[in-house]
Design a protein around this ligand. Structure first.
Ligand code: 4DW
Ligand code: GAR
Length: 208
């Protein structure tokens, strides 16, 4: 069982998915949730699940990103964290933190990377006229939305789709993909698939 620390900045629906799946998947345990935003909805979700939380407000560190990250690093290490999962965490991590936790930080991004890195992914996917959209779980590198891809899941785009409808249809897919990728990664023994691999799976019946 690997001890996971989840970094959040917002509503925490992906955190909720990781919490809800951990007993079923049995490969990771969320031991700590760290938020850089005081009123992040994810903090209440963690508390409701009996998970320890910490608030490290980046503003308190001014422009010194590395000092902010040293504070997070110290908290993660004190809690015995082995894997860091970003779940809607909005601060770019510097080379210091990425290298301190190299190959131990995962992120979920709402596009089929390397297509549509950055913000407004759904609007840009529609603008580009793609017929498949999706989400990606990847290892975090210095460059944002970059790094080895652990898993992807795709959805079909319809002519009626709006950025909002795409986001709403993709979110439960994110919630299915992230726990599976984290569990596979935590279980070790994973390497890039040697052949194209498409997964289809049931998504949670309960809306978040
Ligand atoms: C991400 C990328 C850029 C910003 C926010 C989030 C996606 C995931 C991510 C978070 N931190 C990361 C990643 C990543 O993929 N790779 C690394 N670190 N190394 C972004 O531009 N954030 C800005 C602030 C936004 C805000 O506070 O509202 C920022 O200046 O950090
Ligand atoms: C999710 O859609 C996630 O894929 C996206 O932010 C949302 C967080 O929602 N992440 C990024 O855009 C990273 N570049 P949540 O707080 O409800 O999990």
């Amino acid at each position: 069982m690997k001890k996971v620390g989840v970094l959040i900045s917002g509503r925490g629906s992906n955190l909720q998915a990781l919490i809800d799946a951990q007993a079923r998947l049995g490969a990771y345990e969320i031991a700590l949730v760290v938020s850089n935003v005081a009123d992040a909805g994810g903090l209440a979700r963690a508390e409701a699940a009996g998970i320890a939380t910490r608030m490290i407000e980046h503003r308190a560190f001014g422009k010194d990103r590395e000092r902010f990250e040293r504070a997070i690093d110290a908290i993660l290490r004190a809690a015995g964290i082995e894997i860091v999962a970003l779940a809607g965490f909005m601060r770019v991590l510097t080379p210091y933190f990425v290298n301190a936790w190299r190959d131990k930080i995962l992120n979920i991004h709402p596009s089929l990377l390397p297509a549509f890195p950055g913000r407004d992914t759904h609007a840009r996917a529609l603008e580009a006229g793609v017929k498949l959209h999706g989400c990606t779980v990847h290892l975090v590198r210095e460059a944002v939305d970059d790094g080895p891809i652990l898993g992807q899941a795709a959805i079909a785009v319809t002519p009626e789709d709006t950025p909002e409808s795409l986001a709403a249809r993709l979110l439960p897919v994110e919630h299915a993909l992230y726990p599976l990728c984290l569990a596979a990664f935590a279980g070790g023994n994973v390497q890039p698939a040697a052949f194209p691999l498409a997964l289809n799976f049931w998504v949670p019946a309960k809306p978040r």
